[in-house]
Design a protein around this ligand. Structure first.
Ligand code: GTP
Length: 443
């Protein structure tokens, strides 16, 4: 709930919030505190009533008057203690007007009774009235109108009893009355100030809480926006896989890990076959849909730790940590089969859809991805030259296996390292893939 602290009319004459909902909220917030204070106040009042029985005895002796006062005191003590117990067990009672004010009324009546029954001792009488008045204002948690009513009753009762007993000199009565009036004024001002302070403090707390809530919401919004921006900066908008830049970040991490742990790392280049024709025949939107579905296929054949990115156009690249060439060949072949089996509602049933996959592996001592990427790219172009819709591995098959192993075509001559003599590399390239060499600027 928003609170305007600058609003001078925030509180009414009772030093309570104008807004009943706000007041109810405040009273609810101090319920347990009020209950504790009331229980304590009732116990102290009971103790005082009990202790002052000794004063009665010393002033009255063992007389009828003393017995009358004693029984009145005992009833007061009992009601105070019973209410304290009830409030302790059920704190909501502390904010009900009836129980507190009934006990208060009864206690004041017993106090006035002592003024009547005990012989005159003006100092003691006035002191006890002042203490009672201050207790009504400051000690017993109550609402201001009830405090004023209790004190009015005390004041009128004092006037009545002094007139009734007619034993005090008029000057003393006037002095005592003035003292009591001053006590009332002081009590009223103090409790109004106190109530005002408590409510202002509560308003500030609410204001702070709502500011904190707004701040938290803003932080959450900003975090969501940051996450969205991060996602957009790292992800290819069409297919949802990592974009080229982010792919290289992730792939470089995997490369470092593989070098540090001495584990294998395989790379697959995946290219959609005859994609230009598909685009031209069915439109760009259909082409986009095909790319999305191929990306889905990539994700579905990969493990959690594998990294797939859109390399550009209709080409994807995959890094397979902890995978050697044979494992990568199995993954590539599975991907090829999945794409071949794709049925897209926007394409006529017989429309061929396939990918060619080129596979390579990080060679020992290589500290960059480019050579392995180049080898995978060469394998991919060899696959295109070999008729597409196939998996080509830049490497030798496992000992004893044929050059067609794990569904892939194995081409050991494509494993030429970048560092090797250009002449050798050129010779092998010329022999291996004369018709489909990757453009030199791809890396
Ligand atoms: N729909 C769509 N097409 C794209 C996108 N990016 C690139 N292309 C198209 O992809 C086609 C790539 O064609 P090519 O590089 O000639 O390759 P291809 O037709 O697949 O032939 P091969 O690779 O030899 O099988 C081009 O027509 C590009 O316009 C894209 O995001 N969406």
């Amino acid at each position: 709930m928003a609170v305007n602290l600058g609003n001078a009319g925030l509180l009414n004459w009772r030093a309570e919030f104008h807004d009943p909902k706000m007041e109810a909220l405040f009273r609810h917030s101090i319920l347990s505190h009020n209950a504790c204070q009331l229980s304590l106040a009732l116990c102290v009042i009971a103790l005082l009533f009990l202790v002052f029985a000794l004063a009665d005895y010393s002033l009255l002796g063992k007389s009828e008057g003393f017995l009358l006062l004693l029984s009145a005191r005992l009833v007061t003590v009992t009601t105070c203690l019973l209410l304290a117990l009830a409030v302790w067990r059920q704190p909501a009672l502390a904010q009900r007007a009836l129980p507190v004010n009934l006990v208060g009324l009864f206690s004041i009546t017993v106090l006035l009774l002592t003024l009547l029954v005990r012989p005159l001792h003006e100092g003691l009488h006035v002191a006890s009235l002042v203490v009672a008045s201050m207790a009504l204002y400051l000690f017993l948690p109550n609402r201001l109108p009830w405090m004023l009513a209790g004190n009015a009753y005390l004041l009128v009762g004092f006037v009545g009893t002094t007139l009734f007993s007619a034993s005090l000199p008029p000057v003393l009565i006037m002095t005592s009355l003035l003292l009591l009036l001053f006590t009332n004024l002081l009590g009223w001002l103090s409790i109004t100030h106190l109530k005002r302070l408590k409510r202002l403090q509560f308003s500030m707390l609410l204001e702070e809480r709502s500011a904190n809530r707004r701040l938290k919401e803003e932080i959450a919004e900003r975090k969501a926006l940051e996450a969205r921006l991060r996602y957009m900066a790292c992800t290819d908008g069409l297919t949802g896989v990592a974009n080229r830049r982010h792919f290289f970040e992730l792939a470089t991490q995997e490369l470092r890990r593989a070098r540090r742990d001495g584990t294998p790392l395989a790379i697959c280049m995946v290219d959609v076959d005859l994609f230009k024709r598909l685009n031209d025949h069915h439109g760009h939107a259909v082409g986009d849909m095909v790319l999305t579905r191929v990306a889905d296929c990539c994700r579905s054949v990969l493990r959690e730790c594998d990294v797939v990115g859109r390399y550009g156009g209709e080409e994807f690249v995959i890094v397979l940590p902890l995978a050697d060439l044979a494992t990568a060949a199995i993954v590539g072949e599975r991907l090829r089969q999945q794409v071949s089996a794709l049925q897209l509602p926007m394409l006529p049933p017989q429309t061929p859809l396939s990918v060619t996959v080129g596979i390579s592996q990080l060679a020992p001592g290589e500290s960059r991805l480019d050579p392995a990427l180049l080898r995978a790219d060469r394998a991919l172009y060899a696959g295109k030259a070999a008729g597409r819709n196939c998996v080509v591995v830049a490497g030798a098959p496992p000992p004893g296996a044929s050059h067609r192993y794990a569904g892939a075509l194995w081409r050991p001559e494509l494993t030429i390292l970048l560092d090797e003599a250009p002449a050798t590399a050129a010779a092998v390239q010329a022999a291996a893939v004369p018709a489909a060499e990757p453009p030199p600027d791809r890396f």
